[in-house]
Design a protein around this ligand. Structure first.
Ligand code: MRU
Length: 352
């Protein structure tokens, strides 16, 4: 992967979907072929494909694969079985709204399409491809809009990110890492600092991998080092992605994001959230309404194959947390840079 040879985590190819197997990176860069909607649901659940926009794109193709499996010419029967596929895909991961957004868009397309079942199936494939292409464009726009939000000094910035909001978490280019890429291209980046992101280590494994492929200087720290680094004035801005943003600007992202926002506030470091508008869930007033996924405790009691805790310990493994809007300097989207409270005004204007 390089600027000239970008990476795409979800590719429609030979009548099936190729997914980069993100559970194997960085040791192995390989693709898995997905032919059936059930396998797509499993790939989302097991995080072969992950990152809010990428799972939205994957779910859209999953809807098409499911549609393709339905053997009927009866439109009503087709739609009701497609609803079942939608439900199976919705049950994979609860927090990232892009998943639900993409599934709804695919269902709406099916409901609104006139024509035979076969024609609807073709339109569904086109829609999944459009969702994929739009997300890629969106990421490039987020990346470039980010340049307007970053601090003007120093000329070369050190940016801290958390988790992986990169090319492989989206259709390509990335949201938070899209901004890092644009800053690097424009000579505005000294280096990226990547938080390792316990427990799944997306920062250590995936963000560093993306940077190394492109020659973007990257320094890995453990999550617990962020406060110390900010106190040493080593970080000029924090830029993270989001899985769901409420109408008031509260933003859910990978567990540990909230603590970074608090630390950034304490050290006067601007904290930015980068996300497509499809990540904003205007149906919920605040982050309190966001369902936080809880994952298998093995993610925290096991390192590789080794169990690291004694018998008799309880575990709690929330995969996301919610950063309150007041800690966020700006939300960087494809349509521009918004103060968190401006999102709802923008939406109301669009609806008027
Ligand atoms: O559990 P993951 O790896 O899917 O979580 C990913 C994140 O939290 C990302 O920051 C978020 O989805 C934004 S990706 C552009």
């Amino acid at each position: 992967m390089s600027q000239n040879n970008p990476v795409y985590p979800v590719i429609w190819h030979n009548n099936s979907v190729s997914l980069i197997d993100q559970t194997r990176l960085p040791l192995e860069y390989s693709y898995v072929e997905i032919h059936r909607s059930e396998d797509m649901a499993q790939a989302i659940k097991t995080m072969i494909v992950r990152g809010a926009p990428a799972i939205g794109v994957a779910a859209a193709y999953g809807m098409y694969l499911g549609a393709r499996e339905i053997k009927t010419n009866n439109r009503n029967e087709f739609i009701s079985r497609l609803e079942q596929v939608a439900q199976m895909l919705r049950e994979t991961r609860p927090t990232a709204v892009n998943l639900f957004w993409a599934i709804s868009r695919m269902l709406k397309t099916a409901y609104e399409s006139i024509g035979t079942v076969d024609e609807i199936k073709s339109i569904l494939l086109e829609t999944a491809q459009t969702i994929n292409a739009e997300d890629l464009q969106t990421c490039h726009r987020i990346g470039d809009n980010g340049l307007k939000a970053l601090p003007e000094t120093p000329e070369k910035l050190t940016i801290l990110t958390h988790c992986n909001a990169g090319a492989i978490a989206t259709a390509g280019y990335g949201t938070a890492l899209g901004i890092v890429r644009s800053a690097w291209r424009e000579g505005r980046l000294e280096k990226l600092m990547a938080g390792e992101t316990r427990p799944r280590l997306q920062g250590a494994k995936l963000t560093t991998w993306e940077c190394v492929q492109e020659g973007i200087p990257v320094t890995l720290i453990t999550d617990s080092m962020a406060a110390h680094c900010m106190k040493q004035n080593m970080i000029h801005a924090v830029v993270v992605g989001a899985d769901r943003i409420a109408a008031n600007g509260d933003a859910a992202n990978k567990i540990g994001t909230y603590s970074l926002a608090l630390i950034a506030k304490a050290h006067n470091v601007p904290f930015f959230v980068a996300a497509p508008l499809s990540t904003v869930d205007f149906s919920i007033a605040s982050g309190n309404e966001i369902t936080i996924e809880e994952r298998n405790p093995a993610e925290i009691y096991q390192v590789g194959e080794t169990i690291i805790t004694p018998e008799g310990v309880d575990f709690y493994n929330p995969a996301f947390d919610v950063t309150p809007a007041e800690l966020i300097a700006a939300i960087i989207t494809e349509e521009g840079v918004f103060a968190p409270s401006e999102l709802i005004k923008y939406q109301n204007k669009q609806m008027a």
